[in-house]
Design a protein around this ligand. Structure first.
Ligand SMILES: [Zn+2]
Length: 397
């Protein structure tokens, strides 16, 4: 029987995505197959993924190289399955399983005295040794755990449960519903029924983490996370590998240059590419808003800026644009709402306060407008705009 050979699959199982070249078999393998093979410690030592030899008299577990916590856990579990049944000098040449059965309190003491590496699956080891141990829940989840919890909600189509995992935590009119809507419109997520971790990592400055997945056995997808108040939160979905994340600034710079030169067609071309790769990027919607303004479609620009706010609650620029567009179309109430929210992100900016006063003036609430401008002059004596507006008010312009 003939089978189509899928070139990106593991040469051993033909199922998982291939991720590394195996020096032992001269084939491209996925990480599960690599783990199942290297666990026998017969891999050539030149391979970075070779499980190294250890001095069994002093060290129970070797240092394992893995590209994600998921892979690390899988490898350690395979190792533990063998380790518990091998005679070990640390336990007077009994096997760990024998010692745990004959003297569980000794084994418990040994387990609690050993410094296990981060993400070591200690509950798995305890379970295999038939030891009853109460483990406290970790205080914060790893990027992979947060990303998995997020994708589990996607599979369950609980779109309104996603935002709680993201950096977007401000209480703003309509953004919670809009976030759910925008994410539910992303086709690869809409069809999601399984995900597999390919790799994960944290930047050196600890400010960015990525988790690289394969969705539905075929689509590469990356979640970008940032720490907020000691927890990892989802910042962005990338339709592709982590490399795309690092390429986005270049594309946005190109986009800015086309937009500032008024080259609408070229800007649109880059924008379409960006939207494909960075489907929930606040920047994409923000630049989309600028593009809509360029082609004089202000209503569409308002939607774009609102979407940008939805996808990054803490970025002030889209607030300013949305508010100005509303001010320009005499939607003073709406404009004031967004200026006020902007001023929470950029406190003490006299221009924003000036705009809030302008909204009051637009709504014919001259007393409030005057009060704000007078206070502005006290707080920022050099801010001429406040004096100009007060003069205008006095002269009834
Ligand atoms: Zn495989």
């Amino acid at each position: 029987m003939l089978h189509l050979i899928n070139k990106d699959r593991c040469s051993r199982c033909h199922d998982e995505r291939q991720v590394r070249y195996c020096l032992r078999t001269n084939k491209n393998l996925g990480w599960s197959c690599c783990n199942e093979q290297r666990i026998d410690r017969k891999c050539p030592s030149e391979c970075n993924y070779c499980v190294p030899a250890i001095d069994a008299n002093s060290i129970p577990f070797p240092a394992f190289k893995a590209d994600s916590n998921t892979e690390f856990r899988h490898l350690v579990q395979l190792y533990v399955d063998q380790w518990i049944h091998h005679k070990n000098p640390l336990f007077d040449l009994e096997t760990p399983a024998q010692r745990a059965a004959s003297d569980p309190s000794f084994m418990l003491k040994w387990l609690s005295s050993y410094r296990f590496p981060l993400f070591f699956p200690l509950p798995y080891l305890a379970h295999k040794l038939h030891l009853e141990i109460q483990f406290t829940e970790p205080q914060s989840l790893s990027p992979e755990e947060v990303a998995a919890a997020y994708l589990d909600r996607v599979i369950a189509m609980e779109w309104n449960q996603l935002r709680q995992f993201t950096i977007n935590d401000l209480d703003l009119n309509g953004v919670a519903d809009r976030y759910a809507t925008l994410l539910s419109e992303l086709k690869p997520l809409l069809k999601l029924n399984r995900y597999d971790v390919i790799s994960s990592g944290v930047s050196e400055d600890q400010n960015t983490a990525f988790v690289y997945f394969e969705l539905n056995h075929k689509t590469p997808w990356t979640l970008i996370l940032s720490p907020r108040n000691g927890k990892w939160m989802i910042r962005q979905n990338i339709n592709g590998s982590p490399q795309e994340f690092y390429a986005q600034n270049k594309l946005f710079t190109e986009l800015t240059s086309f937009l500032s030169n008024g080259d609408e067609a070229s800007a649109w071309h880059v924008l379409e590419r960006c939207r494909e790769l960075f489907p929930d990027s606040a920047d994409c919607y923000y630049y989309g808003g600028l593009h809509s303004q360029l082609i004089k479609q202000n209503d569409r620009a308002k939607v774009d800026f609102f979407n940008a706010i939805t996808l990054d609650n803490h970025w002030a620029s889209p607030y300013a644009h949305l508010a100005m567009l509303n001010l320009g179309s005499s939607n003073f109430q709406e404009a004031m709402y967004w200026f006020q929210k902007q001023s929470l992100l950029e406190p003490d900016d006299p221009k924003i306060v000036n705009n809030i006063a302008a909204c009051y003036a637009g709504m014919k609430d001259m007393d409030s407008a005057r009060r704000i401008w007078e206070q502005l002059l006290i707080d920022h004596p050099d801010f001429e705009m406040a004096q100009l507006n007060l003069d205008k008010l006095k002269n009834g312009i």
